[in-house]
Design a protein around this ligand. Structure first.
Ligand code: SAM
Length: 258
C-alpha cells in the first residue's frame, strides 16, 4: 500500500515543543537546548519568572521536609544546576545527603561549581544520569523531587516508574512543573508573555531565542494537572494529588510509595 513515509523511517511519535519528532530523537534535541543555555540558565530563571521560581522551589522543599535529626537520603532528578538540591541540603540536618541526577554534563558542571562556592559539596553530589533508567538500588531514597524537568523526559511513564522503584516505602515523590493556568485573564496574559517576552529575553541573554521557544512550547504541550495526576497514579503511587501555585502557572504534584 503506498504511503508518504519511507519504510525505514518510523513516523514521528513525540513532541519537541510544537514539532513532532521521533521518540529516540527527542532526548538529543533536549540536550542541545540545555547545553546551549547552561551558563546563563540561573540568570534566565530569575528573569523569566521575575524571581518567582525561588518561592516555588522553597514551597517544594517545605513539602520534602527533610529530617533535621536523622539520616535523610534525597534524590533530585533533572536537578540541573542544583537549586532544589541546595535547598534540601540546607533545610535538612548534617546527615542529609542529596544526589542530583541530570543527563546534561554542562548543567551539572555549573551545579558543581555552585556547590563548592556554597560549601555544600560534601552534602550534594552530581551524577550524569537519565531519569528513565536510574542507576540506584530499589527502596533507596527517602524522597524524590523533579523540578521543571519531567516535561523534557521523552518516556515520562518510565521515569515515573523508576521514581517509585528507587523510593523507600513511605517515601514521597514531588514534582514542580508548569501547569494549566485557571484564572480568567491571567491565562491570556501569561500566554502572550510566554510566547513573546521569554524568547526575546532569551535571545538577548543567551544570544539565541530558539531554546526558550522550545521551553515555552513544551509547557503548552504538557498535560493538565488532572491528567498528569492520573499518570502518577498509573505508575503505582498512592494518594496522588497536586497543589497549584500562582493561579496554576505551576503545580506541585505529589505521590507516596506506600
Ligand atoms: C528546566 S531544567 C530544570 C533544572 C532544575 N531542576 C531547576 O529547577 O532549576 C531541566 C533539566 O532537565 C534535564 N533533563 C532533561 N531530560 C532528562 C532526562 N531524561 N534525565 C535526566 N535529566 C534530564 C536537563 O538536562 C535540565 O538540566
Amino acid at each position: 500500500m503506498p504511503t508518504n513515509q519511507p519504510h525505514d523511517t518510523p513516523a514521528p511519535d513525540a513532541d519537541f515543543g510544537f514539532r513532532k519528532v521521533r521518540l529516540e530523537q527527542k532526548q538529543d534535541l533536549v540536550d542541545d537546548v540545555f547545553r546551549a543555555v547552561a551558563g546563563r540558565y540561573d540568570l534566565m530563571n530569575d528573569l523569566m519568572s521575575a524571581g518567582l521560581h525561588r518561592p516555588w522551589k522553597d514551597y517544594l522543599v517545605s513539602m520534602v521536609n527533610p529530617s533535621r535529626t536523622r539520616p535523610f537520603r534525597h534524590l533530585d532528578v533533572a536537578g540541573g544546576t542544583g537549586d532544589v538540591a541546595f535547598r534540601v541540603a540546607q533545610a535538612g540536618g548534617p546527615d542529609t545527603q542529596v544526589t542530583v541526577a541530570d543527563i546534561n554534563a554542562a548543567m551539572l558542571q555549573v551545579g558543581r561549581e555552585r556547590a563548592e562556592k556554597l560549601r555544600l559539596d560534601e552534602q550534594v553530589e552530581f551524577m550524569e544520569v537519565n531519569a528513565e533508567s536510574l542507576p540506584f538500588p530499589d527502596n533507596h531514597f527517602d524522597a524524590y523531587t523533579i523540578a521543571f524537568g519531567i516535561r523534557n523526559v521523552p518516556r515520562r511513564d518510565q521515569a515515573l516508574r523508576e521514581a517509585r522503584r528507587v523510593l523507600k516505602r513511605g517515601g514521597r515523590f514531588l514534582c514542580l512543573e508548569f501547569s494549566d493556568v485557571d484564572v480568567p485573564v491571567l491565562d491570556s496574559v501569561y500566554r502572550a508573555y510566554s510566547f513573546t517576552v521569554i524568547p526575546a529575553v532569551g535571545k538577548v541573554v543567551t544570544g539565541d531565542g530558539q531554546p526558550y521557544r522550545y521551553l515555552v512550547e513544551s509547557i503548552a504541550k504538557f498535560p493538565t494537572a488532572d491528567a498528569f495526576c492520573d499518570e502518577i497514579a498509573a505508575a503505582g503511587f498512592q494518594r496522588a494529588g497536586f497543589t497549584k501555585l500562582t493561579g496554576g502557572v505551576v503545580a506541585i504534584h505529589s505521590g507516596w510509595k506506600l
